[in-house]
Design a protein around this ligand. Sequence first.
Ligand code: DP6
Length: 399
Amino acid sequence: MPFFCHEFHKFSQIDFKTSVPSCNLWLYKKSYLCIKIKNMASEQDFIPLAYTQESDNGSFAWSAPSNIALVKYWGKKANQVPANPSVSFTLNNCRTITSLAYTKKENTEGFSFGLLFEGQPKESFRPKIEKFFERVVAYLPFLKEYHFTIDTQNTFPHSSGIASSASGMAALAVNLMSLERLLNPAMTDAYFYQKASFLARLGSGSACRSIQGSVVVWGEHAGTEGSNDLFGVPFSAEVHEVFKNYQDTILLVDKGEKQVSSTLGHDLMHGHPYAERRFAQAHDNLSALQKALTEGNLDEFIKITESEALTLHAMMMTSQPYFILMKPNTLEIINAIWKFRAQTAIPVCFTLDAGANVHVLYPENVSAKVLAFIEAELLGYCQNNQYICDKIGTGATAL
Ligand code: DP6
């Protein structure tokens, strides 16, 4: 018995009386079931029904930001399911801008696309996009019907050591959703963004946190309403004033290619001696961090954020094979931040992603003092004195 669930903005074709034979809830509490569905989103929810419209050619353009995790995603199961929940601040200035042009083609047997990076053909991106298309074609059945031209560029320097996979996959996913919305104009905004996040995740896990919202949770977590493994959800509670417009200055310690990719790093959490304890810790840290974010508790925020960054790198150092992505200057910066914080009581802290660069996080009202400190004491540890000023943003935007 198909019915429309307003909570989840989609048609469900599940026959509850068949699938839950002894359950009379269907007859007497439809809204309860809607909530159940919302909490139990499944891959099936993103397989479209027949499209109502056609389009032979056209183009879209979107920009999508990078994000910086506070509680880290490190370790995954099959199909890009995270081993633990994570939460991130969406960034504002570090973005990928992607346009997607499409033309209907005769042969619908395989994928067909051209790739441009900053206006130049970029064949080295092809395997990643091919793999992404293979993973998402079940959810976007039109993919084999068009030839695509994907034209992409980043707002941050490409040899900055800043991973562009989150912003890049997010930007591609929202473009593809624009095409799907053209073919199915009845689609709601909620579905558009949830499915964009779902698709982005299949390209790169952290990309699902770059679609919508300033603080985004990804991965099932008991304390977070609507959280699930399939797509990121904006943190629903009101974040305290002190975290609005939070600043992230990214110190470029090492702009080179990483020696170990995140994908390989995630794999090394299989059979890792501390894996289970770490995954449990991430759940606890997410609960505690959410409390700190709503209460405006900076001490607690700093304690959890820095511990998460060091734990991430501790996992790398204790995997088999073990590896180190921090550089001597990463440690110099961390020590300088701790010293400055102890001397001034200014609530500045750091986090790291899977690399040597340091994200310096602080409230907007101490910006002038922190930037003066960075310029006076930290720039010497950066390659060519380079850093990027960023702050909390809101997600992808159509251009
Ligand atoms: C350390 O999302 O890059 O930045 O899913 O294999 O593409 P794949 O990995 P990726 O991993 C990011 C790991 C991290 C932590 C985080 O962003 O949560």
